[in-house]
Design a binder for this molecule. Structure first.
Ligand code: NAD
Length: 469
């Protein structure tokens, strides 16, 4: 079955382009579909549609906008099985996890639709009334990555629309299909121009961020690209939300139940084959339990079934794309060249972009695998004896997305958590996100937040009205 008929959504209509972008199945390394490769003229059309739709959408009552955002969620849920299948094929993740992502996207729409930003009466002294209202910004450019293409696109679509903005969304060229399909499913009930979905290659993102037709850019991707986005937004002072890379540390205290914690931390690090912005990317493990913990993790690494995500029983899929595969293999080669101890699981030998789950046994703090974001199934385990030292090593990075603390004593864990310089921190679990809680990175992991009331506010600007008398 091919999916070469998927269309972009511009002004509520199906839109194609002259050029095509090939889509590769990462489990086989083979091209299996193509999608429109939009250029300047399609971008202009999408921006014009979004600009024309803005006044009408801005003035649509909040409750009506919320109903449409909710209906997007219902539509995604009603089509979840087919969407999940498409997602596995283009992204590589196992069927169950693809289903989980699609359902999370549906749930996110429905939860976001319940949020509101009421006017705020502000003290103004005698003889006047003062009210702050959260008004939409205008036309938003949404740019999403390939690791969670559906849910991370919805994190932009739902709050942008609810707050009264119109949007042009561009998924990653590596994973364009499922988001295009969602556009097709919703275009008959979202007013024309309110949401436009376009796909294209490497030049489309920079064209968007530099375009004066956008008032805000909401970007999720790497820190390196985030810097470029910020630069190109400067000439027109576009509002920015940047959700960027991480190098999340785990601190494992000596009082944990080793097998239980190892199992949880394993999935905190290796879900989606490590391609999660908030995956555990370095684990500092107390010396007293280090050997037992490493051995337990190694057992799990050996046992976890990796393969084509569409096959039954597969728990981990391939790296999503060739450039990332090469990067991850480069990090492994660096570990090998430096003779770090490696404990590996099994992976298919040929075909797709597979890298076996790999634990790196106590590499030095300054090694590349500790300092850089791997975004793949390799995890360094690092010994510590003094928790103060572990905290300072965890914080010794330009990244500040999230972190985890593992201890039987949650008060102690909380005191450690308070000192981690990150936007999120989990105690005795990982990866738990909520549509109601602000999520974002500190330092060079981002600017601003998504989700919750604070994330919704990021699609608005406060406007203050003063009425005399
Ligand atoms: P990326 O930066 O390569 O690409 C992200 C998106 O930006 C894609 O749609 C891409 O086409 C587009 N793009 C590329 N160059 C651009 C430019 N110059 N201007 C505008 N757009 C451009 O990131 P990726 O490889 O797709 O994703 C992996 C990275 O994303 C990792 O670093 C990961 O940690 C991060 N990430 C962060 C979060 C978060 O919420 N903080 C979530 C998921 C992923």
């Amino acid at each position: 079955m091919t999916h070469d008929t998927l269309s972009m959504t511009i002004n509520g209509q199906a839109a194609d382009s002259q050029n095509r972008l090939e889509v590769v199945n990462p489990a086989s390394g083979e091209v299996f579909a193509s999608v429109p490769d939009a250029g300047a003229s399609e971008l202009e059309a999408a921006i014009a549609a979004a600009r024309a739709a803005f006044p009408g959408w801005r003035d649509t009552p909040w409750a009506e906008r919320a109903a449409i955002v909710n209906r997007i969620g219902e539509t995604i849920a009603a089509n979840a099985a087919k969407l999940a299948k498409m997602l596995t094929r283009e992204q590589g993740k196992p069927a169950e996890q693809a289903q989980f992502e699609v359902m999370a996207a549906a749930q996110w729409c429905q939860a976001t639709a319940t949020l509101s930003l009421p006017d705020r009466e502000v003290e103004a002294g005698p003889g006047r009334r003062q009210v702050t209202r959260y008004v939409p910004i205008g036309v938003v450019a949404g740019i999403s990555p390939w690791n969670f293409p559906v849910v991370l696109s919805i994190w932009k679509i739902a709050p942008a629309l609810l707050a009264g903005n119109t949007l042009v969304l561009k998924p990653s060229p590596f994973t364009p299909m499922t988001v295009l399909r969602i556009g097709e499913l919703i275009r008959d009930f979202v007013p024309a121009g309110v949401i436009n979905i376009i796909t294209g290659g490497d030049t489309l993102g920079p064209m968007m961020t530099a375009h004066p037709g956008f008032d805000k850019v909401s970007f999720t991707g790497s820190t390196a690209t985030g810097r470029r986005v910020m630069e190109s937004a400067a000439p027109t002072l576009k509002r920015l939300t940047l959700e960027l890379g991480g190098n999340d540390a785990a601190i494992v205290m000596p009082d944990v139940n080793v097998p239980e914690t190892a199992a949880k931390l394993f999935w905190s690090a290796f879900t989606n084959s490590g391609q999660v912005c908030v995956a555990t990317k370095r684990a500092y493990v107390h010396d007293d339990i280090y050997d037992a913990f490493r051995d337990e993790m190694a057992k799990l690494a050996k046992a976890v079934p990796m393969g084509d995500g569409s096959q039954q029983g597969v728990a981990l899929g391939p790296i999503q794309n060739k450039p990332q595969y090469d990067r991850v293999k480069g990090l492994l080669a660096d570990c090998e060249a430096n003779s770090y101890g490696l404990l590996r699981g099994e992976a298919p030998q040929d075909g797709g972009f597979f890298v076996p789950v790999t634990l790196v046994d106590n590499p030095p703090e300054e090694s590349r695998i500790v300092r850089e974001e791997q975004f793949g199934p390799i995890l360094p385990l690092i010994r510590f004896t003094d928790v103060e030292d572990a905290i300072s090593r965890a914080n010794n990075t330009d990244m500040g997305l999230a972190g985890t603390v593992w201890s039987a004593d949650t008060d102690t864990a909380m005191r450690i958590a308070e000192r981690l310089e990150t936007g999120n921190v989990w105690i005795n679990e990982g990866l738990a996100l909520s549509p109601f809680a602000a999520f974002g990175g500190r330092k060079q992991s981002g600017v601003g937040v998504e989700n919750g009331v604070e994330g919704l506010m990021a699609y608005t600007e406060p406007k203050t009205f003063v009425v005399a008398g």
